[in-house]
Design a protein around this ligand. Structure first.
Ligand code: ADP
Length: 465
C-alpha cells in the first residue's frame, strides 16, 4: 500500500490528475449503477411475482365460477378462456391428488418440480430453473367441480432476465463511454492548466541561470488562479529586480561616499610621512582633518547600518510627542546654543503610534537640519496638532531653504544639495532617508515645503494610537 502511494506520488501532476478524475468517476458511477441495478432488479422481480400470483388468483376465481358439473375434459376442450387469463409464456398444469397430470395449458414441454414438502404447505411459491431459464413456480390446491387437485403455474422470468441483461449491457457501455469521455476531458484540462505551470518552472530556471533580464512573457492570460499566479510571479520578479538594483546602487553609493574620507585621510598621512612630521603646524592640521573625516565616516557607517537594519515594527509601541520634542530640543540647545525654539500645541493630548526611539530620530534629523542649513540665527517653530484623524507635527525653520528642483530628491540616499557641500556644512546625505524610512515603517506621512532664503517646513502626519 505504502509503495503504491509512493509510486502515485512520484508520478507527474498530469497523471495524478487523470488518475484521480478517472478513479472518482469510475467509483461513483459504479456505486450509482450497482444501487440502481439492484433496486430495479428487486422491483421487477416483485412485479413478476405479483403477476404470477395474480394469474393464479384469476384462475382460481375462474374455476370457482364454473358450474358444479364441470369436468376436466370439458375444460380441456374449452381452453380458450383459460389461455386468455394466462400470458403467452405462462404454463398451467393440473394434477390429481396422486400427482398425475390431468391438464396442461400452453407449453407442452415445460415441467417443474413439486415442492419438497409435498402437499402439506400449499400454496407455495418457488424459484426454479426450467430449460435454462429461471421461473416462478406456484403450487396451489384447486377445486374444479367435483375434481380436487393441485394446480402448478410456471411463470418464466425470460423477459425479466433479458431486460436485466439489456440494462447491464447499457450500464457497462455508458460507463465505459463516460469514463473515456471524462478521462479525455481531464487530460485536456490537465494539459491546459499544467502547461502554464511548466512554463513558470522554465521561466524560474531561466531567471536562475541568466538573471532577472531573462524573464519570458507567458501566453496564459486567463483571469483565474493560474493567471493570478503568473501575474504575481511577474510582479514579484519585478520587485525583486528593483530591490536588487537598489541594493547594488546602495552598495555603489556607500563605497563611493566612504572612499572620499578615506582618500582625504590617506592624502594627509602620506603628506605627513613625506615632509610634515617635523612641522607642528602641518602635523596639527593633518591630524585635525583626519579626525574630522574619521568622525564623518563613523557617522556614515552608523547611519548605513541603521538603513540596512530592517527592524520589526512593534504595533504596541506609542510615544508622547511633547516629551520627545522636549528631549530633542534640550539636546540640540546644548549642541547649538545660538538656536531659538518655539512650540505650539493645539488640541487634546494623545499618544502617537510610533516608538519613542524612532520619533526621537525623526525630530532630531529634521530639527538639526533646520539649524545647520541656516545662515541667520536659527529659529525653529514647531506646532503639534492633535486633530480628529491624525496627529500633525509641523517644523518650520528660517534656514537657507531648498530650491524646487531639489525637493523631490532630498529623501534619496546620499543626496546633498551643492550649497550644503560648498558651504562645508558637515553631513552624510543619509539623515532624511532614514527619517523617510522610519516614517513609512510606522505608516505615517512626511511632506516638505520650502522657499529659498526664507526657510523650510516639514509636515509629519502620524496615525493615532
Ligand atoms: P545631511 O544633512 O546629512 O546632508 P539629509 O538627508 O538630512 O542629509 O539632508 C539632505 C540634504 O537636504 C542636505 O544635504 C541639504 O542640502 C538639504 N536639506 C535638508 N534639510 C534642509 C533644511 N531644513 N534646509 C535646507 N536644506 C535642507
Amino acid at each position: 500500500m505504502k509503495r503504491l502511494q509512493e509510486k502515485i506520488m512520484n508520478r507527474s501532476l498530469k497523471s495524478k490528475w487523470i488518475l484521480a478524475v478517472g478513479a472518482t468517476i469510475f467509483i461513483s458511477y459504479a456505486i450509482i449503477s450497482i444501487v440502481l441495478y439492484v433496486a430495479l432488479q428487486t422491483w421487477l422481480l416483485n412485479n413478476e411475482e405479483k403477476n404470477a400470483v395474480r394469474t393464479v388468483d384469476d384462475l382460481t376465481s375462474f374455476f370457482e365460477t364454473q358450474s358444479s358439473t364441470v369436468t376436466i375434459q370439458k375444460l380441456q376442450n374449452n381452453s380458450a378462456l383459460m389461455k386468455a387469463i394466462l400470458t403467452q409464456e405462462q404454463t398451467v398444469r393440473i394434477f390429481n391428488l396422486d400427482g398425475i397430470e390431468v391438464l396442461r395449458i400452453n407449453d407442452v414441454t415445460a415441467a417443474a418440480d413439486f415442492p419438497e414438502n409435498g402437499q402439506n404447505e400449499l400454496p407455495v411459491i418457488t424459484r426454479q430453473k426450467i430449460e435454462r431459464t429461471d421461473a416462478y413456480v406456484i403450487h396451489q390446491f384447486v377445486q374444479i367441480g367435483p375434481f380436487q387437485g393441485i394446480m402448478q403455474l410456471i411463470h418464466p422470468l425470460a423477459t425479466f432476465q433479458s431486460m436485466m441483461q439489456y440494462i447491464l449491457t447499457t450500464i457497462i457501455i455508458v460507463g465505459i463511454g463516460a469514463l473515456l469521455f471524462s478521462v479525455s476531458i481531464s487530460y485536456y484540462l490537465a494539459n491546459v492548466l499544467i502547461k502554464p505551470l511548466a512554463q513558470l518552472r522554465d521561466a524560474m530556471n531561466l531567471v536562475r541561470n541568466n538573471g532577472f533580464k531573462a524573464q519570458p512573457a507567458f501566453q496564459y492570460k486567463a483571469a483565474d488562479e493560474i493567471g493570478d499566479l503568473l501575474q504575481m510571479y511577474h510582479l514579484l520578479m519585478n520587485e525583486l529586480e528593483m530591490s536588487f538594483t537598489q541594493q547594488q546602487q546602495f552598495v555603489a553609493d556607500a563605497s563611493h561616499e566612504l572612499r572620499t574620507p578615506i582618500q582625504v585621510i590617506e592624502g594627509h598621512l602620506s603628506m605627513l610621512t613625506r615632509w610634515g612630521k617635523n612641522d607642528p603646524a602641518v602635523l596639527e592640521e593633518s591630524l585635525h582633518t583626519s579626525l574630522v573625516e574619521i568622525t564623518r565616516m563613523k557617522k556614515m557607517i552608523e547611519e548605513l547600518l541603521q538603513l540596512a537594519r530592517r527592524e520589526e515594527v512593534d504595533e504596541t509601541q506609542s510615544a508622547d510627542v511633547e516629551a520627545v520634542y522636549e528631549r530633542v530640543q534640550k539636546e540640540l540647545m546644548q549642541l547649538y546654543p545660538q538656536a531659538n525654539f518655539e512650540l505650539n500645541v493645539i488640541g487634546q493630548f494623545e499618544l502617537v503610534a510610533i516608538s519613542e526611539h524612532a520619533l526621537t530620530q525623526i525630530l532630531r534629523n529634521i530639527m538639526s537640519n533646520g539649524i545647520r542649513y541656516n545662515q541667520l540665527q536659527p529659529k525653529l517653530n514647531t506646532t503639534i496638532h492633535y486633530a480628529n484623524q491624525a496627529i500633525t507635527i509641523k517644523i518650520q525653520d528660517n534656514g537657507i531653504g531648498i530650491a524646487q528642483q531639489h525637493l523631490p530628491h532630498i529623501f534619496d540616499r546620499f543626496y546633498r544639495i551643492d550649497e550644503a557641500r560648498t558651504n562645508k556644512i558637515s553631513g552624510t546625505g543619509l539623515g532624511l532617508s532614514i527619517t523617510k524610512m522610519l516614517v513609512e515603517k510606522y505608516k505615517a506621512e512626511i511632506n516638505v515645503e520650502s522657499i529659498v532664503n526664507k526657510g523650510t517646513l516639514f509636515i509629519l502626519n502620524f496615525p493615532k494610537k
